[in-house]
Design a binder for this molecule. Structure first.
Ligand SMILES: [Zn+2]
Length: 98
């Protein structure tokens, strides 16, 4: 994939994220700083999706066992919020099937 194709894909994902947030009623207001004007920077979910690693009961990480997320950072205070990628992917699949 060249840079132009990557930019097109990034734009499409950002548009999908914006529609997803709207459809789910997610507020643009940051829960930490109450900002709405600064906006959110979305961490590109592909090809390397931000993830939460799972641990086992002894506290060591289970290799490869993670929760992929759709993550965004408040452009004002840097607060990072994460949504389970499975919910986003499910929303995309249902939208595309309609
Ligand atoms: Zn904030």
């Amino acid at each position: 994939m060249d840079d132009l194709e990557q930019a097109d894909q990034d734009d499409k994902i950002l548009a999908d994220v914006a529609t997803f947030m709207h459809d789910k009623g997610v507020t643009l207001k940051c829960s930490m700083c109450d900002q709405t004007e600064a906006g959110w920077a979305v961490y590109a979910p592909y090809p390397y999706t931000p993830t939460i690693p799972f641990g086992n009961k002894k506290g060591t990480l289970v290799i490869g066992d993670v929760v992929p997320t759709l993550s965004a950072r408040c452009r004002n205070c840097g607060f990072i919020r994460m949504f389970d990628m499975e919910v986003f992917e499910e929303w995309r699949a249902n939208r595309d099937a309609a």
